[in-house]
Each structure stands twice: as C-alpha cells, then as structure tokens.
Design a protein around this ligand. Structure first.
Ligand SMILES: Nc1nc2c(c(=O)[nH]1)N[C@H]1C(S)=C(S)[C@@H](COP(=O)(O)OP(=O)(O)OC[C@H]3O[C@@H](n4cnc5c(N)ncnc54)[C@H](O)[C@@H]3O)O[C@H]1N2
Ligand code: MOO
Length: 400
C-alpha cells in the first residue's frame, strides 16, 4: 500500500495554505491574535527619567554620612517638580514621578531620616540608583513585538504601554467540522444499542479554536450518500476556509466520505499517510478551501489534528512551527512498525529529572490515555525501541 511519508504530507498541505491576509483590530479585541505587522515604539518608555521608589531625589555627590540636605519640593507621578535640584538640595519623590532636573539619584525613604525641611541618609548614594532612565524599557523606533507573535497577556500589555490603539493581525480561517457515522449520537444523549458518543468534533473544536475565526460544527452526517451530500452542500455553501470531516476515511463499504467529497468538487491531493495513528487521512482542496478527511478513531482524529492540521493553521496565521522537545525517556519504548509512531507520553519529573514517560496504550480508540498525555514521542518507522535515558524527540500537544 502506498503510504505518504508524514513530512511530505505536511509539506503538501503547507503548500496549499494561502499567504497571510492582514486585518486591523482594536487592541482590546486582539487577545490570542497573531501579529501580521510588528509593533514599533513611537515614544520612549518611560518618557522621562523616573523614580523607581518612594523617597528622595538628589545629586549623589552631595550625600555623605551625617550631612543634611534641604528638601525644596515634591515630585509626584503626573505632577513633576518644576524647579531644579542644586548642591545640598533634595526633592521628595514618589514611584513613577519624573526625576527633577539636576538630580541624578533616588534613595528610598526607608533609608532616609527626615527633620522638618531637612533630610539625611543612612546609606551612601549610588549614582543613578532607583532611577529608570528615559527610554529604558523601550525607545522610539524599537521593534517591541515581531510579526508572527501571538498576542497573549504580556504582549498585549507592552503593546498598550507603547500607546498602540490598533494592531494589524492575521485574518483567521473559518473552519467547518463534520462527524460521520450511523452509530454516532451527540454527547449528552442516552445511548441506544450499538451507539457511540460522537466526541471528535468537541475535541477538534477546542483544538482548532485558538487558530480560527469561527469553528462551526455541522453535526453528524449519516452513512448514506443522500445525507452526506445534503450536509456537504450546506457546508460548502457557508464558504469555509477549512473543512474537517472525521470518520468514513478507511476502506469499508460505509466509508463514503472520499467519494462524496470528490463529487462535491474536492480535488484529492493525497490519502493515507505513513503514520500511526492516522493512516487513512485524506487531504484535498476545493478552490481555496482546504479539506481534511480525518480518520474516525478518536485518537487518530485528534493526533492528526496535532501533527498536520494545527501546523497548517499556524502557517495560515504566520506563526512559527512548534519545535520538538528533546527529552530523555523515563521508561523504555517498544519496537515500532514501518509507520512513524506518535506515541502518547507524559512529561514528568522523576528523581529530579524531567523526561518523557511513555504511555504503553497505542490503540487509536483509547481516548483516556490521550487525555493523560502531554506529548507525542516521535518514534521513527522501524525504530527498534529505545532504553530508559535515551534522549528522543517529542511534540508537546494540547497547546493553543
Ligand atoms: N480493512 C481495514 N480496516 C481498517 C483500516 C485499514 O487499513 N483496512 N484502517 C484502520 C485505521 S488505521 C483507522 S484509523 C480506521 C479509520 O476508519 P474510518 O475513518 O473509516 O472511521 P470509522 O470507521 O468511521 O470509525 C472508526 C471508529 O471511530 C469511531 N468514531 C467515528 N467517528 C467518531 C466521532 N465523531 N466521535 C467518536 N468516535 C467516532 C467509530 O465509531 C469507530 O469505532 O479504520 C481502520 N480500519
Ligand atoms: O491509523 Mo489508525 O489511526 O492506526 O487506527
């Protein structure tokens, strides 16, 4: 049987991903989005030399043990001292307030002794101490955030600090999901004889949502061409960017998905990959729409989403690929078949060493073991099995 190598499958998918399309959004709507244009500082931060402490500002050279300085005024955040600090003088200052002209150092109030308008210090002055110089955080023209950065809490905060009102981000794809199978019922439904709860679309929706503008679940199509055709018509009429079906991808008589997709105008690029789980995955395009036919087995569906779908969506948004981890095995791995194996594993600390604890369960219908996994060990085809301590590659999973 002709099975496509995993890397070639991924390259063929990535080749079909369109170039990043930009859109401008308010910073307040940008959480989780990926920058399509860098954020560049248009002002200095802090905009002026600022105190990092509540205390006193003076010239370091004037501070000596027992020497009293005259307190000539106050500098508060938002209301700096208008004058200048001269020899033998100090200004009461608060955190974030502008350092007055003439002053070069701040000493915190815990190290000051105040007597009326006079102040002296219990420690020597260190020139420039407790002063944040103008532009110390970032200066005009600095690239604060690169293109391809995902905007999390810290990135949004620095963009806000840089006075950014809107950002240019990558437009996200609209994703359509469809489960197929006569045996499936929606989660929460009492099970009848021979029925199985449809779990794939719930998992896939969560997996893909961080990369998508919308993830629309088109429910369950039955194993009849009539029903499948009706749902596919509805899906394609909604003009999705990415369609993901699960089930019916294999060779059984009820595996109708491939023929139906082709009849609905999908050009099949490949079917069947040299990986486990996930062998019967199909991929094609319909115009600009990417179409993934994932296997029905729940572990196969969610693992192929990690290995092939999420990298495609990352590429869509201009995000760099996730680098594999290199970690020691905390238990042995068994010999592999000819297919590249993405083996479930937990990342744990054992005897002070962080490593990969292989999960022995390899069945592609065994969902509870996948729920316990943090990573997939990448076991090459024909790997003879590795001993504890061997450093191997693994992909972190379940991350946005
Ligand atoms: N003769 C062969 N049989 C099979 C082969 C093969 O090469 N020759 N490949 C096996 C492999 S590998 C996989 S993977 C599966 C994939 O099969 P399908 O994509 O056709 O999936 P189904 O038959 O529709 O379902 C398989 C399994 O998964 C359950 N399922 C389906 N959809 C869902 C869902 N949305 N949520 C939860 N569970 C779902 C379904 O009930 C079945 O138990 O084929 C092997 N067979
Ligand atoms: O590829 Mo199937 O996913 O091995 O069970």
């Amino acid at each position: 049987m002709n099975l496509l190598p995993v890397d070639e499958a991924l390259n063929r998918i990535l080749a079909r991903v369109p170039d990043v399309v930009c859109e401008r959004v308010a910073l307040s709507d940008a959480a989780g989005r990926v920058l399509a244009e860098p954020v560049v500082a248009s002002h200095n931060q802090p905009p002026f030399n600022a105190s990092a402490m509540d205390g006193y500002a003076m010239r370091a050279a004037d501070v000596a043990e027992g020497t009293w300085l005259e307190v000539i005024g106050m500098s508060q955040a938002g209301a700096g001292f208008a004058g200048a600090v001269g020899e033998g003088q100090a200004v009461r200052i608060f955190t974030g307030a502008p350092l007055p002209e003439g002053a070069d150092t701040v000493i915190m109030q815990e190290e000051a002794e105040r007597n009326g308008d006079l102040v002296r210090f219990t420690t020597p002055a260190r020139l420039g101490h407790s002063v944040r110089p103008r532009g110390y955080d970032f200066a005009v023209g600095d690239m604060i955030l690169e293109r391809g950065t995902r905007l999390g809490a810290f990135q949004l905060a620095v963009a806000a600090a840089a006075n950014t009102g809107t950002v240019k981000v990558a437009k996200r794809p609209k994703v359509a999901l469809l489960a197929t199978g006569d045996e499936l019922v929606m989660p929460g439904t009492p099970l009848g004889p021979d029925q199985i709860v449809a779990s794939n679309s719930v998992g896939l929706a969560a997996s893909l949502a961080p990369f998508a503008e919308t993830v629309t679940d088109f429910g369950i199509a039955r194993d009849s061409r009539e029903n499948l055709d009706a749902v596919l018509r509805e899906i394609f009429a909604s003009e999705p960017d990415v369609v993901v079906t699960t089930g019916g991808a294999s060779v059984g008589e009820h595996d109708l998905v491939q023929a139906a997709l082709v009849d609905h105008g999908v050009t099949l690029d490949f079917w069947r990959i040299n990986m486990r789980p996930g062998k019967p995955l199909m991929f094609g395009t319909r115009g600009k729409t990417l179409v993934f036919g994932l296997p029905g087995n729940p572990v196969s569906a969610l693992v192929t989403a990690e290995i092939l779908l999420k990298p495609a969506l990352r590429h869509w948004l201009g995000l760099e690929p996730v680098e594999p981890l290199r970690l020691p095995l905390l238990g042995p791995t068994p010999p592999n078949t000819a297919r590249r194996h993405f083996m479930r594993a937990r990342i744990v600390m054992l005897d002070g060493m962080t490593g990969l604890l292989p999960i022995s369960e390899t069945d592609s219908g065994h969902t509870s073991s996948l729920a316990a996994a943090d990573a997939l060990i990448v076991q090459p085809g024909h790997d003879p099995g590795q001993t504890t301590g061997t450093v191997v590659s693994a992909l972190p999973i379940g991350l946005g």
